[in-house]
Design a protein around this ligand. Structure first.
Ligand SMILES: C[S@@+](CC[C@H](N)C(=O)[O-])C[C@H]1O[C@@H](n2cnc3c(N)ncnc32)[C@H](O)[C@@H]1O
Length: 295
């Protein structure tokens, strides 16, 4: 065995992160490979401690003694549901109401006037929050629409909210948020369109009927088949592709393009950039417009 190969073999059996469970390079590589295959999420070794701490909880819950055994479980047919739990544990679900508020201002000023006119003329208007997490993003779209068009829920206006993680979809459907989560929501909007509820004995805010009628939640993996038939007027895919590699990001832009109506908008996260300049032109900060003649 050459020195290099021996060193690599030694490293594979050595702890990558110090802790209660042995977590080696091989374990990390196996988990990273599964996450990439399942969700398109590209993990680098700088995330090893994060992976360890998030999954150590799963090992404890399951009474599994090593990452090696855990990897064996999630790679086999017995471990399909645990593989889903692993995915949920490794995805980042951070979100908040009116995150990157300039997007909602742009929507209100530049996009909604034409769409509201179309809806009032009995046309169809659709939004997609792709990677919606627990719901504040699609509900912020709903609140922006309701603010501009209070009877919007009576028209053919809908917001599709999708995510790979069934837990966040369930939270979005339940639509109950603690008071702290409501801070970015203007009081007038909150009081008009949301309701006071109790959540585990604590005061909280729940989405009102109109918000619920506007938003539909579905589980959807962006890496898989997209069953939607109709086109969208705006897609919000913010702080999602940041976890994908460049090739996967490029695939996303080329799949979003044909799903947009002429002049449709694509909103991305503050650190994301749409590189498909053949399809999209810049229309504001991290906001893109489908080029004329594409749809
Ligand atoms: C950081 S959150 C962003 C939430 C929201 N868009 C925002 O900006 O506040 C990223 C979300 O993307 C979801 N996600 C990651 N990979 C995905 C995939 N392959 N398909 C669908 N959703 C995915 C995660 O589950 C997570 O809820």
């Amino acid at each position: 065995m050459t020195t290099g190969i021996r060193a690599a073999a030694g490293l594979r059996g050595k702890a990558l992160v110090d802790g209660e469970f042995l977590f080696t390079n091989d374990d990390f590589s196996a988990i990273a490979r599964m996450l990439y295959e399942d969700a398109g999420i590209a993990l680098t070794e700088t995330k090893a401690s994060l992976v360890y701490s998030r999954l150590a909880k799963r090992l404890r819950t399951l009474g599994i003694e090593s990452f090696r055994d855990y990897c064996k479980l999630v790679s086999g047919s017995e471990g399909i549901s645990e593989r889903q739990n692993m995915l949920a544990a490794l995805t980042t679900n951070v979100t908040r109401y009116f995150r990157e508020p300039h997007h909602f201002e742009h929507l209100k000023q530049k996009v909604l006037p034409e769409l509201i006119a179309r809806a009032k003329a009995r046309g169809r208007v659709r939004f997609w929050s792709a990677g919606c997490s627990t719901g504040p993003e699609p509900y912020s779209i709903a609140l922006t629409i309701l603010d501009a068009m209070p009877d919007a829920a009576n028209y053919d206006i809908r917001i599709l909210a999708t995510d790979i993680d069934p837990n966040v979809i369930a939270t979005g459907r339940a639509a109950v948020y603690p008071d702290e989560a409501m801070e970015p929501v203007p009081a007038a909007l909150r009081e008009r369109w949301m309701v006071r509820v109790k959540d585990k004995g604590r005061d909280a805010w729940g989405a009102g009927e109109e918000m619920r009628r506007l938003v539909s939640f579905r589980e959807l993996n962006l890496m898989g088949h997209w069953p939607m038939k109709g086109k969208f007027d705006a897609i919000f895919c913010r702080n999602v592709v940041i976890y994908f590699d460049e090739a996967t990001q490029a695939r996303m832009w080329s799949r979003f393009g044909p799903l947009l109506n002429p002049g449709g908008r694509l909103y991305v996260g503050h650190s994301e950039r749409v590189t498909a300049t053949d399809l999209f032109e810049t229309d504001g900060l991290t906001t893109y417009r489908l080029r004329d003649g594409i749809a």
